[in-house]
Design a protein around this ligand. Structure first.
Ligand code: HAM
Length: 434
């Protein structure tokens, strides 16, 4: 009986083949767009103190209640695999005294995140996000810039059926007052609500807007709306953000029920969705978090940002993957060399003189800046030439006992050369071709 084969854990995946190129294309596009707008790359640790997330993302959120990968390390500290990137970036902002730098400080990341969610299309337990955070300014132009950068990234990558949803959550005080209104509304109609919503009226009343339970939906149609309870200043801010988006001619929908699954948001919130995704329609989202830095022990500092899921971008976009570099040279082992075994050098060894010379040639070619590979699978000479063709090699070098033949893979012409002159000759020919 053999042991069951070990597989990648549920909700995780390996990145292979074409996916590597497509992901690289997204990263390259993100780098171009974000760094042109003044965002600097930041890397933060894969795990953080658990309380960083429980305090900021919020004790009542799904993420903190059920989705965090939390472990105790050898000294009994509670650590959590990062479920999101905003709290870590704000932690780093405080830890490195970035408020002393010219503001705003703009940072971007592309990293993997971890949530214990039910795995399905577009939803994984380890997933990748590209994100951008800008701290130290409450100017509505920064909100508009942030939203437009996400929109630009997704449209550049060819995302289909995009919709931008926009709302404002106002200040914590306005939100608290509104929350009370909403709780009263829900309590007044408690009998009509789904059990799930009823159990969480006090804990998370906003979540009721997400319910698909028909009678709950009917109750929520008549619920008070947050946008109607904002302070004058927050309304002004929101109007300014909308005017800037209008000026940029990017369409959006005001979504009164836009509740993001994280507690730190204030004022502007937004989400880009694509109907092409089905149930998991959120491609990317974000908003302002004007109290987050202060909550983490820093000075009062406004901030805004977003994150978008790479796997979801891949589902709706068509990132142009760069073709793998074609080979300049494929180094072959000539037939009848060494002792005739696949690897040469006698039944016990790999060390035939011809193979050594072939390796030397491979390394000289790479040192000269060429894209080169060498035969490593013991193929016959015709098998090696086929492999050279498959890899798109422009030239093949067939290393033999007495010398090396340089073969033009396009016209099949071959010239005998002394080993020492092969790379020199190759460079000359490639230059002439260029
Ligand atoms: P979020 O909405 O939780 O926001 O996640 C952002 C994006 O990450 C989602 O729109 C989705 O594309 C992707 N995502 C989330 N969970 C999964 C999953 N289990 N599998 C695959 N993709 C997933 C945040 O994380 C905030 N930190 C965004 C932000 C940045 N707000 C301000 N700054």
């Amino acid at each position: 009986l053999s042991e069951p084969r070990i597989k990648a854990p549920r909700g995780t995946f390996d990145v292979l083949g074409q996916d590597v190129g497509a992901r690289r294309a997204i990263e390259e596009r993100a780098r171009l767009i974000l760094e042109s707008a003044g965002y600097e790359r930041i890397e933060t640790p894969c795990f953080e103190a658990t309380e960083l997330f429980s305090r900021t993302v919020g004790e009542a959120t799904d993420i903190v209640r059920k989705e965090m990968y939390t472990l105790k390390d050898g000294s009994g500290r509670s650590l959590t695999l990062r479920p999101e990137g905003t709290a870590p970036v704000c932690r780093a902002y405080v830890e490195h005294g970035m408020h002393k730098r010219p503001q705003p400080v703009k940072m971007w990341y592309l990293s993997s995140f971890f949530r214990y969610e039910r795995a399905q299309k577009g939803r994984f337990r380890q997933f990748w996000q590209v994100g951008a955070e800008a701290l130290g300014s409450e100017d509505p132009a920064l909100d508009a810039e942030s939203i437009l950068l996400l929109h630009r990234l997704l449209t550049d990558i060819g995302a289909r059926d995009l919709r931008l949803r926009l709302s404002s959550l106002g200040s914590p005080a306005a939100r608290a007052a509104y929350r009370q209104h909403l709780i009263e509304h829900l309590k007044g109609r408690e009998g009509e609500l789904s059990e799930d919503v009823r159990d969480r009226i006090e804990l998370n009343p906003l979540r009721a807007f997400d319910s698909e339970h028909p009678r709950t939906v009917a109750v929520m149609k008549e619920a008070p709306l947050l946008l109607h309870h904002l302070d004058a200043e927050d309304l002004d801010h929101f109007e300014a953000v909308k005017a800037l988006l209008d000026a940029a001619e990017v369409a959006y929908e005001i979504d009164h029920t836009l509740v993001r699954g994280l507690d730190y948001y204030t004022r502007t919130v937004f989400e880009l969705t694509s109907d092409a995704l089905g149930a998991q329609s959120g491609v990317g989202g974000g908003g302002r978090y004007d109290g987050l830095v202060e909550q983490l022990g820093g000075p009062p500092t406004p901030g805004i940002g977003w994150a978008a899921g790479i796997e979801r971008i891949l589902l709706i976009g068509s990132p142009l993957a760069a073709a793998p570099a074609a080979l300049d040279l494929y180094v072959c082992i000539g037939e009848g060399n060494d002792d005739g075994t696949a690897f040469g050098g006698g039944p016990a060894g790999f060390g035939g003189a011809v193979r050594r010379r072939a390796f030397e040639l491979l390394w000289q070619a790479r040192t000269a800046g060429l894209v080169a590979e060498m035969e490593l699978a013991g193929r016959s000479l015709s098998g090696q030439l086929k492999q050279a063709n498959r890899r798109g090699a422009r030239f093949a070098a067939i290393v033999g006992e007495r010398g090396t033949a340089l073969r033009d893979m396009q016209d099949g012409g071959e010239d005998e050369l002394s080993s020492a002159t092969v790379v020199h000759e190759l460079l000359r020919r490639l230059r002439n071709l260029a």
